[in-house]
Design a protein around this ligand. Structure first.
Ligand code: HGY
Ligand code: MN
Ligand code: MN
Length: 399
């Protein structure tokens, strides 16, 4: 299966025919279908398939006589944000299989194992914590907390894993597996407009996190409740959204309120509760922390004014990730001096970096649009990415 054929096979899975956006939430039928695709492509290449207790997938090429340790692992994720693009995640996995094909066609016999990884729930779109699979693998989230995470239907991760044949009591750090990974290199579509060459190398991931605001008021009748009698959580919510933008402008950070839930969500009912999620990112930890604190203060002020309660919870936070400098420079050099750039997007590579030498390759995104149906990378740039990954795997895995 060529790159184009693999891409064509994945393309329709979980794709909304009207919007062209993807809905591949972890462990839903569309993502499970992607998992089956992954296993088919691994089998096609006689790669040994491993599903770790956290639901992360691995496909291993163990050249005879090389043992099973010190592997060069590449890959990305199969899940998407709601209405996401086609490239965010799958490009890294399709490219990994295509790179293995090129290595074999060119007679390369690696002296280290090569693994292709598909990490579970990278977007956190179902259970709310980004990079959940890689966080569990590396011990970056406590298993008991992960087991209790709930999706929008109230189903826990523990239940969902059980439903897919995994034992929720076994999730958590896997030192054995981590000890077999010598380094990790993730290829990903660039999610911005900073890359003006087909391929680049990542220098860092900026600090980023997610916070949940729970605003509790009092439900009531829209037509018979006087304004001065209301405890409407929608008002502090509105103030919070505007404060988020103002705080971002003040602190040179990025804030997004992209998800909100209103109870009971009726046209003629004053809401009883509003839950809003804040995505905050920026060049430095203190700027991000200051931004969130200012948003929280604004929400508290407005909440007091309206007799509404406010609870703030940090759902995930990732400090700045500086990728392994020798590995980064080695990749940039072997690729002939491609651009080296930071990113504001989180990745499993950013989580693995705390445990193994890690690097990222970016493939140019001409518009920079991501997390939306219009996300795109030109075919020739995708193939340049496969060539680059092939070069990198040959460089690192030897042969
Ligand atoms: O949210 C992110 O930055 C990544 O796409 N998970
Ligand atoms: Mn993403
Ligand atoms: Mn991604």
């Amino acid at each position: 299966m060529s790159f184009e054929e693999m891409w064509a096979a994945l393309r329709p899975v979980g794709r909304d025919a009207e919007t062209g956006g993807y809905h591949r939430f972890a462990w839903t039928p569309a993502e499970v279908e992607c998992r089956s695709w992954f296993a088919d492509e691994a089998r096609r290449r006689d790669l040994e398939i491993e599903t770790d207790p956290n639901g992360n997938l691995f496909a291993w090429w163990f050249p005879p006589g090389n043992g099973r340790g010190d592997a060069v692992v590449t890959g990305s994720h199969l899940d998407s944000v709601p209405g996401g693009g086609a490239f965010d995640g799958p490009l890294g996995i399709v490219s990994a299989f295509a790179a293995i094909d090129l290595l074999r066609e060119r007679g390369v016999r690696p002296s280290r194992p090569i693994g292709v990884a598909a990490f579970a729930e990278e977007e956190g779109a179902r259970f709310g914590v980004a990079c959940l699979g890689s966080r569990l693998l590396t011990g970056a989230i406590a298993p008991y907390r992960a087991r209790g995470l709930r999706d929008r239907d109230g189903r826990t991760l523990a239940d969902v894993l059980t439903g897919h044949g995994l034992d929720p009591e076994r999730i958590g750090p896997d030192e054995g597996l981590l000890s077999r990974i010598g380094c990790y290199v993730e290829l990903h579509v660039e999610q911005g407009r900073a890359l003006d060459a087909p391929v680049g190398v990542a220098s860092a991931i900026v600090p980023h996190g997610r916070w949940r605001f729970d605003l509790a008021g009092e439900g009531n009748h829209a037509g018979t409740t006087r304004l001065k009698d209301r405890r409407d959580p929608m008002l502090p919510f509105a103030r919070l959204v505007l404060a988020a933008r103002e705080a971002a402008e003040r602190n040179g950070t990025l804030t997004t309120v992209g998800r909100v839930e209103v109870a009971p969500n009726g046209v003629n009912a004053v809401p009883s509760a509003v839950t809003a999620w804040l995505d905050g990112r920026g060049p430095a930890d203190d700027a991000v922390r200051r931004t969130v604190a200012e948003v929280h203060e604004a929400a508290l002020r407005a909440a007091r004014e309206h007799g509404v309660g406010v609870e703030l919870a940090e759902e995930s936070y990732t400090e700045v990730v500086d990728f392994d400098v020798p590995l980064r420079d080695r990749l940039a050099a072997v690729l002939g001096g491609v651009p080296v750039l930071p990113t504001g997007a989180g990745h499993d590579a950013g989580i693995l970096a705390s445990r193994v030498p890690t690097a990222m390759l970016f493939v140019r995104n001409p518009t920079g649009v991501s997390h939306a149906p219009a996300e795109h990378a030109d075919a020739e740039d995708c193939l340049a990415g496969v060539e680059a990954l092939t070069t990198v795997l040959k460089e690192l895995a030897g042969g």
